[in-house]
Write a protein that binds this ligand. Structure first.
Ligand code: BEZ
Ligand code: FE
Length: 293
């Protein structure tokens, strides 16, 4: 029965069944689901042999583009909307919303003290970011770690510009103070194109999609007894907020980067006026909520 629906279904059933003895039930479910959905895709769209070979070559090229500071697979997952979907189905609700990790969290952030500058270049609009980390009940979380990374005012991460930006530019690992606060000095990040010099760029080009992300600053917040949070804040008055190449904008994460002109406020924050000030509250969920409905 070559080529019939029956033959196709028999192959799917056999492939699903081949995982029946997997001892870990979650691994078994994930693999059997993967086979079912992948086979349904093939049965629906009937790729030609040449198309399937192209797909395999494409994924091979994605892997070959990866190195310790370049993660093309994350990028592919991002532009397909899968990274954001995984974030969203794992969202517990109640706290600050999460968004994608992205491919640039690839070097350890240097430890910094509250008030430090994460910008080591001095080029761009001076900016102060002031965060307050609380638990779901509003109590401040002292000693929480806040890992920060952002691109430069020109739209490049440090790892994209070796020899131009020092490693660690735009990055910092902070701890919140007794009131759950942390602040740092930086420059306003730019919107930027995701890397298009690899297979993901080929995909965007072939499908006439633009590669831009709206300006943002990344955070990973970790506090004892709480679920870790991976998120960004987005610069409210920048472009591409409504067409992010990786579908990662959530309205609650769009922050006002207000212009401040007063010299005494600038002095207070050790920057020059005018500067931009982003104040943002981050709420993390207690670990005990993890398995709640
Ligand atoms: C980022 O924000 O760093 C990023 C996220 C997804 C794809 C590319 C970059
Ligand atoms: Fe980014």
């Amino acid at each position: 029965m070559p080529g019939t629906d029956e033959a196709a279904k028999a192959i799917t059933a056999a492939a699903v069944d081949s995982f029946r003895d997997t001892p870990d039930p979650r691994l078994r479910a994930l693999l059997q689901g993967l086979v079912r959905h992948l086979h349904a895709y093939v049965r629906e769209l009937r790729p030609t042999i040449e198309e399937w070979e192209y797909a395999v070559e494409y994924l091979t090229a994605v892997g070959q583009k990866c190195d310790p500071t370049r993660q093309e697979f994350i990028l592919l997952s991002d532009v397909l909307g899968v990274s954001m979907l995984v974030e969203t189905v794992n969202e517990q609700g109640g706290g600050t919303e999460s968004t994608v990790l992205g491919p640039f969290h690839v070097v350890e952030s240097p430890k910094r003290e509250g008030g430090d500058a994460i910008d080591l270049m001095g080029a761009g609009e001076p900016c102060v970011v002031s965060l307050r980390v609380t638990s779901a009940d509003g109590s401040p979380l002292a000693g929480a770690s806040v890992d920060v990374w952002q691109c430069s005012a020109d739209g490049f991460y440090d790892v994209q510009q070796p020899g131009i930006q020092p490693l660690g530019n735009g990055r910092g690992l902070f701890r919140t103070d007794d009131e759950g606060r942390v602040w740092f000095r930086t420059v306003v990040p730019s919107h930027y194109p995701i890397p298009t010099d690899g297979p993901v760029g080929v995909l965007l080009d072939a499908t006439r999609r633009h590669p831009y992300r709206p300006a943002h600053i990344h955070f990973i917040v970790e506090a004892d007894g709480h679920r870790p949070l991976t998120t960004h804040i987005f610069v409210a008055d920048g472009p591409y907020l409504d067409s992010d190449a990786v579908f990662a904008v959530k309205e609650s994460l769009v922050a006002d980067f207000a212009r401040v002109d007063e010299a005494d406020r600038a002095r207070e924050y050790r920057v020059s006026a005018p500067f931009r000030l982003a104040e943002f509250d981050i709420v993390v969920q207690p670990e005990t909520n993890k398995d709640a409905g």
